[in-house]
Design a protein around this ligand. Structure first.
Ligand SMILES: Nc1ncnc2c1ncn2[C@@H]1O[C@H](COP(=O)(O)OP(=O)(O)OP(=O)(O)O)[C@@H](O)[C@H]1O
Length: 290
């Protein structure tokens, strides 16, 4: 009996997403840059319908992990499969076109309307292709996404006049235009005021309800920025995994304290999380001397 790798699977070289199986699979992955381990032995499997949070302090390796999952970089060691296709074996540009990757530093400068920005998601370009007007189906899909993200009343507003929260929601709608099965979100609530953050999180909850097969990975430093619909979490510290799995098993006082190297208390109320510094236990008072 052969124990070798067997003949290569021709499908392994196709960048078209696999129809079945996990949307992401990283196995025992290291990323080393300039001789430094940015990620060490990370494993992660994301199935359809799962919504992962990746949490950790500054410099923990969250963006490095998201870049791997978005097929923007390659691992130094280990295997990463995105939409069933192995990085290093397929055309990553084609693979990326099947992902919804929300970049909060979207480099748009011109005053396109919300609707026009969302429509650029069809081709992943920054400016619209004036030679290819959108089809009726694309226009209807853009309007449906704009509605799900709560932006209908602003759909003709110019990008340059949008608030940061409105831009964030517009970019999520844009990322969803190619009907990806996987959405990657890098700190989507950073810099938002309370109302804008709550609107964004409610929009993400709605989106997940409307698209039950969609999966997502959301990176943040703050538990308060997690939508209630989060199903799983991965905690990173100095490039290593401190905890991974179903969200209620991972976002615990002990594991989050270990991740941030600081004693915190975690509460979950109405589905949402909050972290507070744990108060030190009061010093025991000395009893009367005999
Ligand atoms: N190309 C690179 N070469 C060397 N070091 C790098 C490179 N890219 C990132 N780093 C370092 O790797 C570490 C992890 O960076 P990363 O941006 O992934 O962390 P992060 O958890 O996203 O941090 P933050 O929360 O501050 O955004 C940091 O110390 C960073 O300086």
């Amino acid at each position: 009996m052969s124990t070798g790798p067997g003949p290569a699977d021709p499908a392994d070289h196709s960048a078209a997403p696999a129809e079945h199986g996990p949307l992401l699979r990283a196995r025992d992955v290291d990323v080393v840059r300039d001789g430094r381990h940015l990620l060490r032995s990370i494993s992660l499997t994301v199935e359809p319908g799962e919504h992962w949070a990746v949490l950790g302090p500054n410099g923990a390796g969250k963006s490095t992990l998201l870049a791997l999952l978005g097929a923007l970089t390659h691992p130094t060691r280990g295997e990463v499969r995105v939409l069933g296709r192995r990085l290093g074996r397929v055309d990553v540009r084609e693979l990326r076109s099947h992902l919804g990757h929300v970049n909060p530093r979207h480099p748009l400068r011109s005053p396109l309307s919300v609707r026009e920005v969302v429509l650029t998601g069809v081709s992943g370009s920054i400016e619209p292709d004036r030679n290819r007007p959108p089809t009726a189906d694309q226009l209807a899909h853009a309007d449906a996404l704009i509605e799900t993200l709560g932006m209908t009343r602003r759909s003709t507003a110019a990008w340059t006049t949008l608030s940061q929260g409105e831009r964030g929601r517009t970019l999520i709608a844009r990322a969803l235009m190619p009907r990806p099965r996987l959405l990657l979100l890098d700190e989507p609530a950073t810099g938002l005021d309370l109302t804008a953050r709550e609107q964004l999180l409610a929009s993400l909850d709605d989106l997940r309800r409307h698209h039950p097969g969609l999966a997502s990975v959301l990176v943040t430093h703050h538990l308060e920025e997690l939508p209630a619909s989060t199903t799983h979490a991965l905690l990173l510290r100095e490039g290593a995994c401190v905890g991974t799995g179903p969200v209620d098993e991972v976002l615990t006082t002990d594991l989050v304290s270990a991740c941030f190297d600081h004693p915190v208390r975690i509460n979950r109320e109405d589905g949402r999380w909050a972290a507070r510094a744990a108060r030190p236990a009061p010093a025991a008072t000395a009893g009367p001397r005999a």
